[in-house]
Design a binder for this molecule. Structure first.
Ligand code: ADE
Ligand code: ZN
Length: 361
């Protein structure tokens, strides 16, 4: 019998079965997780006008294209990413009190739990939080409080990676890391860098000192590269920034030597398929290199990046991979295992999550 492409039986892997797997997420920006209702609530509390009708807020090309003299609004490549980052600036600018920041953190942990995510390394880039009235200390304190309350309530455990922005200066970057090393804010376990490398140009050398300081102080390192940069950005992340994981990294595929290096050194690529399609890095899943990277022995984790504006959830990303590449339940278990192993969770938590997963394999 001919079945409809929308019939549940046509799906290779059901999203509910993915949700049930104990797993981690290692590439998601807190800034990209505010749902529409959260945004409306924040805008009302902070008395900020919406840029357009509520139901169109996630239509980034309409509201956040930099109109005069700039190419924004294409929804693709560098123009798409720039508009996207402006949207994150606008949303985070709505958060002005410790209670709002803590609530945002708590709700994020709850959403992670709803997807069956038991541990998350979340990325937070303070440059987006332009409405924050206090110091960087008070922002991270408020977020840590929200995550602590969530954990006490049995929700997903969350630790933070503080992210630099590619367009920051060398002095700004080292200043942030000096503070990080001195203050040791609760739950911040890693240094990261994100933003638009097509706008910033090649910046590995500019950030080398900051990442070396972080490494020497025992902080973990994860670096956005190979999305708005090509393989050269990934090489810089590995050789100059001491990256332990690469966020995205998909354009490593353009350099076979780099693919071999990443595979040999066991550097995970934290891939976000729908983000790459939305921002025009690849036109479709057939031309996306995720499956090929995995087949060539690269460790890949599959993540959401910015789930609210992209309109995705982790189980939906994994199901998309199953549908696109013919991956089955065993591949989903493998993704779960890889996500836990690649995370910056404590060895104890990793062992206990992996032990829960073992009988399912
Ligand atoms: N910040 C949030 N999402 C990002 C992305 N996809 N690339 C670079 N920086 C980001
Ligand atoms: Zn990202």
């Amino acid at each position: 019998m001919h079945s409809s492409p929308l019939a549940p039986s046509a799906r290779r892997v059901d999203e509910n079965s993915i949700r049930l797997l104990p797993k981690a997420e290692v590439h998601v920006h807190l800034e990209g997780t505010f749902e529409l209702a959260d945004l409306l609530e924040l805008a009302k509390e902070s008395k900020v006008a919406l840029p357009g009708p509520a139901a169109t807020l996630f239509d980034i090309d309409t509201h956040f294209a930099e109109s005069a003299g700039h190419p924004g609004g294409a929804g693709a490549g560098a123009a798409g990413l720039s508009g996207f980052l402006r949207f994150l600036d606008w949303e985070c600018g709505l958060i002005r009190t410790a209670a709002q920041a803590a609530r945002t953190a708590y709700r994020f942990a709850a959403r992670q739990s709803a997807s069956g995510i038991r541990y998350t390394d979340v990325i937070i880039n303070p440059t987006h939080w332009s409405g924050w009235p206090g110091t960087i200390d008070s922002l991270f304190d408020a977020l840590a409080q929200g995550f602590a309350e969530a954990e006490q309530d049995g929700l997903c455990q969350v630790q933070m990676a503080l992210s630099l922005l590619r367009t920051q200066t060398r002095a700004e970057a080292t200043g942030v890391v000096e503070w990080l090393v001195e203050a040791r804010p609760a739950r911040v376990i890693a240094l990261s860098v994100d933003g638009n490398e097509r706008e910033s140009g090649r910046t590995g050398e500019k950030f080398a000192e900051a990442f070396t300081m972080a490494r020497d102080a025992g902080l973990r390192r994860t670096v956005h590269a190979g999305e708005s940069s090509g393989p050269e950005g990934v090489w810089d992340a590995l050789l100059l920034l001491h990256a332990e994981r690469i966020d995205h990294g998909v354009r490593s595929i353009e350099d076979p030597r780099l693919v071999d290096y990443i595979a040999e050194h066991g550097i995970p690529l934290d891939v976000c398929p729908r983000s790459n399609l939305t921002l025009g890095v690849y036109p479709d899943m057939e031309r996306h290199p995720l499956a090929e990277l995995r087949e060539r022995g690269v460790i890949v984790t599959v993540n959401t990046d910015d789930p609210a504006p992209i309109g995705t959830r982790l189980e939906s990303e994994w199901a998309l991979c199953a549908d696109s590449y013919g991956w089955d339940e065993n591949d989903m278990i493998d993704l779960a295992r890889t996500s836990i192993a690649a995370s910056f969770a404590t060895p104890e938590l990793k062992a206990s999550l992996l032990a829960e997963l073992a009988p399912l394999a």
